[in-house]
Design a protein around this ligand. Sequence first.
Ligand code: GLC
Ligand code: MG
Length: 623
Amino acid sequence: MTPRRLLLYLLVAICGGVVYASGFPNYHAHFDFVAWDKHRTAEKLDAAQKWWQSAAIYQIYPRSFKDSDGDGVGDLKGIAEQLPYLKEIGIAATWISPIYTSPMADFGYDVANFTNIDSVFGTLDDFDALIAKSREVGVKIILDFVPNHSSDEHEWFKKSAAGDKDYKDFYVWHPGRMVNGTRQPPTNWRSVFRGSAWQWHAERKEYYLHQFLSKQPDLNYRNPKVRAAMSDVLRFWLRRGVTGFRVDAVPFAFEIAPDANGNWPDEPRNDWVVDPDDYNYVKHIYTADQPETLHLVYEWRRVLDEFQKENGGDERVMLTEAYSPLDVVMKYYGNETAEGAQMPFNFLMINWLSNDSDAYHFAETVNAWLQNMPEGRTANWVIGNHDQNRVGSRLGADRIDMLNMLTNMLPGVSISYYGDEIGMTDVWIPWNDTQDPSACHTNPDIYEKFSRDPERTPFQWSDAENAGFSTANKTWLPVADNYKTVNVQHERVAPLSHLNIYKQLHALRNESTLRHGSVELKAINQNVLGVKRMLLNDYTYVLLMNLFDSTEQVDLTQAFDNLPYEVEYVIVTPQSTAKKGDTVKSDGLKLLPKEAVVVRSTTKLTTTVGYFAYYVPKNEKHK
Ligand code: GLC
Ligand code: MG
């Protein structure tokens, strides 16, 4: 027996029954591993966890996932056909960007009928078939709910513009203000997609508000009829079998209430922005993050919960999109009296990290969420979506695996954007082929800064024509040049491909330690990030990421408490020379440039006392 182990036995004998607790972040506070309660078995922990709390969620951009009818645009039948692929890679639920009737001014984020399917994607029958298939395969469907605005081609807007008494206040209207005898927009508010947020309507002879395109008029959430109508939209899709909603552009739902004369105030200027068309020309103190918006989210959550109470089944979930200050985003979770979104998107990795972020920067970014999250809530991790350059292009193509490792080794929900699992990167699109309105509203000199087309190109299934996405002569956006090697078919058989690493990570997520264990995350030095996951009576896991091009020597026993002297490699990457299953001394781990690995204890942890951890000896069985 080593002296250290002898000391450990003595300590265990002396302090038996005393709970050792340290400053772990309040992730799943009640699931903390440190209790001595031997009755909290993995089965019991699993039973206390809701389906989504350690789920992997996958975003599909439907135009680009799979085209079943050869028109060059993806569709519902295509998605249904490929659900087994999502199952294969370990996905619990997929959120699908909008599939509703739309003139496609913003590719579906301009909805002309909230309760029907656009013909480019299929029909309601196709949708029902998708739900049936999703139940058969075991991948849940989450829809994109776009509450802030409709299309100007929605019948509500047409009736509103015509002054129909039931609809005239469905949108935000104002006659404008007279300045030196000429009519001007009611305020200086800017649109996210540039220019004034007000559009003159010739028929109604008033301006209407559009925080996005003029083809996306803002609904008036101060009108209870609008709130009722939109809650009914949620119920419509819940009845059709969806498991929840990703809620689009939430912070824009409410604007400040008009004064007694029906006027709104101007927003103050941001002096550092000179271009008057720029969205940031003014500070959005009256048009974003209004306090009423939080209550609207709580109201929608009640719709979901009531539906579940009446109809049973899984908890219905909400994921909210808000690029708002962290303290505001945290309020979307809910408070002591109201439940909110189970998953307010965590955009910190998107907002705070860049290509040259070091390990301290990464640690700060991840810990900011864990430390600010209200007690008892579940974290989520997002590194990409249809509005952001692809993660490989933003943070480095040679870091794709390590970033997938990070989002999957952290506690809570991991959210992937289609294609990130095979390492798709941005595709450059010339001005003449540009589709995204956010870019088309600019000019050939600056459009690349605004275009979201590069991250929306067709999914790469195989090395067949159009990457197996479509049989069309021309796809709506071009297929990436690299599709002959970067594709599912090829990566399935390459052992250390992005796809196979991703699949291994998703298998690992089912391990109790990753589902329920504590987390400790730190910069071991400027170049190396370490994440430790630990659970009593289970294996201890460590993820190590060497962010840059130096070779690093790591002493894990110095970096983290409670680690065994020896660990084994569980996941390696193409940068590694170690093989899966190799063991290595914890105080002498070498990391090659841009190498990331997952290692774990070779046996289970049975006791911790202060700094001391007792792992089952290798040749003994854990009881
Ligand atoms: C959200 C969507 C984005 C869309 C906008 C307007 O930010 O993610 O794609 O353009 O809302 O609906
Ligand atoms: Mg609005």
